[in-house]
Design a binder for this molecule. Structure first.
Ligand code: SAH
Length: 248
């Protein structure tokens, strides 16, 4: 169990209050999740973070600070975005338990991440575009926004519960250890390479008009991110794109 939880990362994007970073670290530590990455926090390190971590300051000491979400999740094989209200495109939104089961299943294949947004404005649409799946913690309809660290607690608890449930409870194509070794899930960096290739090839064959791109790239991203592609499937698609660009 601990091995898969050891591959789980919590990413906090643009956190305003350092106290929330400390409280999130405390929530994580109690659930056996230690990898914390901070994307452009407003104030960190900070005495309020240390005070609210209340004994989880080892997590803070090891936390990495990066500039953007793409960097935070580049090595990850599965990324789940959280939101109080999903105002974007028609993508499926999961509950915490199902999402946690998926995350854990994919943790056999490589690092996985749960991504949390800013206190006031959450995650941007562009940040949500990096996610394989989306979670909303169910609330009453007219008061859906939880405190940031409270959300981290709910999600890391769900992850721990999924881990206690054992490895067999979620069926996922690339979830077993042997399968993961034979054909690992694509990392986010590999997925970004695929999307750049798509953009280029679709522009060449004039399916994508750079002056009027509409929502094409975003919809393609969601389609392929949701599918959980393996590294070899990404290579196959890129092979097809190369031939598409050449016109034969
Ligand atoms: N007004 C913001 C609220 C941000 S709350 C918005 O609409 O997104 C700060 C962060 O806490 C969110 O970005 C999300 O990561 C998490 N969060 C808060 N409430 C949540 C909920 N009901 N489900 C999932 N995540 C939630």
């Amino acid at each position: 169990m601990e091995e898969r939880l050891g591959r789980a990362r919590v990413v906090l994007v643009g956190t305003t209050h350092p106290g929330n970073i400390g409280s999130a670290a405390r929530a994580m530590k109690a659930m056996g999740i230690a990898d914390l990455v901070l994307v452009a926090p407003e104030k960190f390190p900070h005495a309020d973070a240390t005070a609210l971590a209340s004994g989880a300051d080892d997590l803070l000491a090891r936390a990495r600070v990066v500039e953007d979400l793409a960097t935070a999740v580049a090595d990850c094989v599965w990324v789940v975005g959280t939101s109080a209200r999903l105002r974007t495109h028609s993508v499926p939104v999961l509950g915490p338990d199902v999402a946690a089961g998926q995350v854990l299943a994919h943790a056999s294949a490589g690092p996985v991440a749960l991504v949390f947004g800013r206190e006031h404005s959450g995650l941007t649409n562009t940040e949500l575009d990096h996610c394989n799946a989306f979670v909303q913690i169910p609330t009453v309809p007219d008061f859906s926004s939880l405190n940031l660290a409270g959300s981290v607690q709910v999600m890391t608890y769900a992850l721990r519960m999924a881990a206690l449930g054992g490895p067999e409870d979620i069926a996922s194509p690339a979830a077993s250890a042997e399968e993961a070794e034979r054909d690992p899930l694509a990392t986010q960096a590999e997925m970004e390479g695929l999307f750049r290739h798509f953009e280029q090839a679709l522009t060449t064959i004039e399916v994508l008009d750079p002056d009027n791109p509409r929502n094409l790239m975003r919809r393609l991203r969601h389609l392929y991110l949701r599918a959980g592609l393996s590294a070899s499937e990404v290579r196959m698609l890129r092979g097809i794109l190369t031939h598409t660009e050449r016109g034969r």
